[in-house]
Design a protein around this ligand. Structure first.
Ligand code: UDX
Length: 460
């Protein structure tokens, strides 16, 4: 991108959880590398609890809006519904305050890039005469399913399968986002993801954290109904071959990280491709029984494993498990995941199939065993197994549990089976295409340039 010194200023607003902040912050760094100034606003509570609090570069600064729960965040709310209502009411006002704060400076805000789950931020942008871009943190396919439901093109409850949506493979019920697959679950969140289309016709862009080559048909189909630009994968560039300045990791953690050398030191003693990395992202919470089956499945597989067990789940580990596994396994509370996945010792990623984790695995060439938990994860898992062919999906028993034998056998299939070899070859291809997309002249890079040049034109 030519002419780096320009005055364009973006106000970026992620939904306040780790899985939404990571991609928005990565995208902000990309914009900064093209000369755009970015103010990234989290909530006051997150701002005060995140580490580090210092911004990654002069061009990306942090600020905060209020969700009405400045002391305790979401945990303080009475219900999901009441949290989202306060976030919208108080967040809209305090987001506007940030716009006003920059109004008569050398760099007034030109555009609000807001998480797709916060469509009210577009109303704030339009109230102040600014550009507005929705930022989708989930794949095109999932967004397109929600679009069909929102517009009444897919009627619920689903009465017959397979489900046919333009640009997507035929889907069974278990491949649908959990809010559809498990009818009636998390109604407030379901309403939130559908509401992203309530005012989308007023948005100037729909920026999607995916890359064209990964979702050609879904992107082509969804482009017919929205001004869509693919801008991903938003994986820290240090692990790809297209380094962006000041981009050494996601760089903003809401969890206390075990000293990152604990993982790398341990991995450095293990042969290439010998370790199963296990993580379920920032939100999923496994039941006691499921934790037990997973623990014994990992142990029984007899491969080395590195398992992220969040502090909130530690008590669900079987008694004496950590002592008994010895050097066969390492259990940590939180890792620098992209650094771990890029380590040569990792042979497989046992994952909940969150979209960031999926993009990281694809971009860093790691085949997967997928055990989706909720939201977009079942649909992501369908694509991982049947479309991109880089993983195997576990089977759930009649009690809703994935048993230890199933866990062992899926790990074996990926680590040493014939299908595993194919998955590794496919994963190599996706890494190459992901790197190309974000490298100079690649599909995502060109889209980001297009976005920036329109910003510059609009900037006073
Ligand atoms: C959820 C949804 O699953 C996801 O699809 C959506 O887009 C955002 O909300 P989450 O469940 O947290 O996200 O999973 P994921 O999307 O995988 O994001 C987790 C992030 O935390 C990843 O970027 C991962 O690298 C990071 N992480 C996870 C760590 O840095 N360390 C860990 O130990 C675990």
């Amino acid at each position: 991108m030519e002419g780096k010194a320009h005055g364009a200023h973006v106000l970026a607003l992620p939904y306040p959880t780790q899985g939404h902040i990571n991609p928005m912050l990565q995208f902000s760094k990309r914009l900064a590398s093209k000369g755009v100034k970015v103010t990234l606003a989290t909530t006051v509570f997150i701002f005060n609890s995140m580490q580090p609090r210092s911004s990654p570069s002069e061009s990306v600064q942090f600020d905060a809006i209020s969700d009405g729960h400045d002391e305790g965040g979401f945990a303080q709310a009475e219900s999901i519904h009441s949290y989202l209502a306060r976030l919208e009411a108080i967040g809209s006002k305090t987001l506007g305050d940030i716009v006003i704060k920059h109004k008569d400076t050398a760099h007034p805000i030109d555009c609000i890039v807001y998480d797709h789950c916060l469509p009210w931020a577009l109303d704030v942008a339009k109230k102040f005469g600014l550009l507005g871009a929705a930022f989708f943190t989930q794949p095109c396919a999932v967004n397109f399913i929600y679009y069909h439901v929102h517009h009444g093109l897919l009627k619920l409850p689903i009465s017959s399968t397979p489900i046919s949506i333009p640009g997507l493979p035929l889907l069974e019920l278990q491949d649908m986002p959990s809010f559809i697959y498990v009818a009636g679950s998390y109604p407030a969140y379901f309403e939130m993801v559908l509401s992203q289309f309530s005012n989308s016709d007023k948005a100037d862009w729909a920026l999607v954290n995916t890359f064209y080559e990964l979702e050609v048909e879904a992107v082509d189909s969804m482009s017919k109904i929205s001004p869509l630009l693919t801008i991903g994968p938003t994986v820290p560039s240090i692990y790809l071959d297209n380094r962006v300045e000041n981009d050494n990791d996601y760089g903003l953690n809401l969890f206390t990280i075990d000293d990152s050398s604990v993982c790398t030191d341990w991995l450095s003693t293990k042969p290439a491709g010998s370790v199963v990395y296990v993580s379920f992202g920032s939100l999923a919470h496994l039941s006691n029984k499921q934790m037990e089956e997973l623990a014994f499945g990992l142990k029984g597989s007899n491969f080395y494993f590195l398992w992220v067990v969040k502090a909130s789940e530690e008590e669900n580990l079987p008694e004496k498990f950590v002592e008994e596994i010895g050097d066969k396994g390492l259990v940590v509370k939180w890792s620098t995941q992209s650094e771990v996945l890029s380590n040569k010792a990792i042979g497989c990623f046992f994952s909940h199939c969150g979209w960031n984790s999926t993009l990281e695995a694809l971009s860093l060439e790691v085949p997967m065993v997928v055990m989706p938990q909720w939201t977009d994860q079942p649909t992501n898992a369908k694509f991982v197994e049947d479309v991109w062919k880089v993983g195997v999906r576990v089977k759930v028993d009649e009690n809703g549990i994935v048993g230890r034998e199933e866990i062992e056998s899926c790990i074996r299939e990926v680590m040493e089976g014939e299908r595993g070899k194919e998955m590794k070859e496919n994963a190599k291809k996706w890494r190459h295409l992901a790197t190309e997309a974000v490298s100079e002249g690649g599909t995502s890079d060109k889209n980001i340039d297009e976005f920036v040049s329109k910003l510059i034109k609009a900037s006073p």
